[in-house]
Design a protein around this ligand. Sequence first.
Ligand code: VGL
Ligand code: ZN
Length: 207
Amino acid sequence: MRREPTDTLLVIDVQTDFLPGGALAVPEGDAVIGPINRLAAAFPHMVLTQDWHPPGHASFASRHAGRRPFDTVAMAYGEQRLWPDHCVQGTPGAALAPGLQAERAELVIRKGHHPGVDSYSAFLEADRRTRTGLAGYLTERGLTRLFLAGLATDYCVLWSALDARAAGFETYVIEDAVRGIDRDGTAQAFAAMERAGVQRVTSADLV
Ligand code: VGL
Ligand code: ZN
């Protein structure tokens, strides 16, 4: 696939808490780092996201009496899955994964920082109204072709890809540079992305 000057590698949530041994470990989450590093060296632009929750965030099961991680609860903005405490601002678990080559990142966008609202998507928070500013940033810079990598396929990668399409970006998901939390959820996520016009590529197609 030919590289365009507007091509942007959008790396979602490659953070210590999502790696094996982390607070919300994604199976084989560390497997994305090698492909992402090779892509990072070759891409004209790179943007990262970081899940970045205040202590006691509303998505944490520990905040909801009688609830456990992976339960769902009704929030003002809709259904919310509950998680173990993860990616708490400033903690080691919230740091970018050691070994991730992030030097060339032009922007790190932090999301999930509103105490009462989650944000899987890099573009739009879970209330589906509050914008992160990423679409404006990319649009102002003319960065119109997005290639998604990172964690987790069935949550933050999925929602970011769907919102990228909804915002009119040409969107690709790099299948060997993403991993999911749940196996069925990951298969469903790939199907939903395909229906939305997200194209599937491998890192070998790109570098
Ligand atoms: C994520 C669950 C909770 C993700 C973030 O990065 O996919 N998943 N917070
Ligand atoms: Zn989170």
